[in-house]
Design a protein around this ligand. Sequence first.
Ligand code: AMP
Ligand code: MN
Ligand code: MN
Ligand code: MN
Length: 275
Amino acid sequence: MIDLHSHSTASDGHLSPTALVALAASHGVTSLALTDHDTTAGLAEAQQAANEHGMQLINGVEISTSWERRTLHIVGLGIDPDNTALCAGLTGLQQQRHERALRIAEKLEKLGLHNAYERARTSAAGGQVTRTHFARLLVSDALCKDQQQAFKKYLGNGKPAYVSMQWCSLEECISWIHAAGGLAVLAHPMLYPQTAAWRRRMVAAFKEAGGEGLEICCGHSNPDHIRTSTQDALAHNLLGSVGSDFHSPTQRWLKLGRLAPLPATLTPVWQTLVD
Ligand code: AMP
Ligand code: MN
Ligand code: MN
Ligand code: MN
């Protein structure tokens, strides 16, 4: 069983890399990619745990990029986390995340969330601070009933605590992944609010920028999504990827490795990655 998209406490996941790998192994996952937001800090610990479980860890990362004023997530798979170009790129994004967290916190303070920055940093415990950390605070302070509502009311695009960012370009991101020997996959292509025409332009731009794969089956996808993404991948000669985008065992509808099979018309992105 293969799962090529997951998160740990190095970014906005609930489980440490060790606990994540153990859970994946218990679900029968044989190859897992850890793909934290803009960081590779969890990979060494995950590798150690994978060795203990006799499971394959694929070194990954999920990079924040900007395209046409929207944020697109690009997953890098099979990367060398020590590569200089990749490290420099991620360091820049981490600095941007830090500056954004300060600005989000300032807005949330005005909206009634006290000590927002310090508490978000504490809950990130040395990992990257993400909007998910602020969402959890809004829920624990009973300002929102759940994380979904925190995004809808405060943190989502255009909402009162939203801070718009110019992350790196698709070309920059893909060049770092390639420098590090990895493959670039456009994550959850059906999750961006979009028209069909916009989505097709997005996939074309990703291919044009040098990307290799499209995430076809993810934790959020329904059969319609899978059909549409498969057509997009075939139209642009992209490989297919599968990944749960697992963050937490509290997401009861989502299990590590439990994914629809990749349609047989597509070439799997993992054919050169999986042992
Ligand atoms: P960031 O990269 O810091 O902007 O945070 C993005 C993360 O927030 C995503 O990777 C998801 O884990 C989470 N997220 C985004 N939108 C929602 C939503 N509507 N409900 C719950 N979590 C979300
Ligand atoms: Mn996330
Ligand atoms: Mn994502
Ligand atoms: Mn993700």
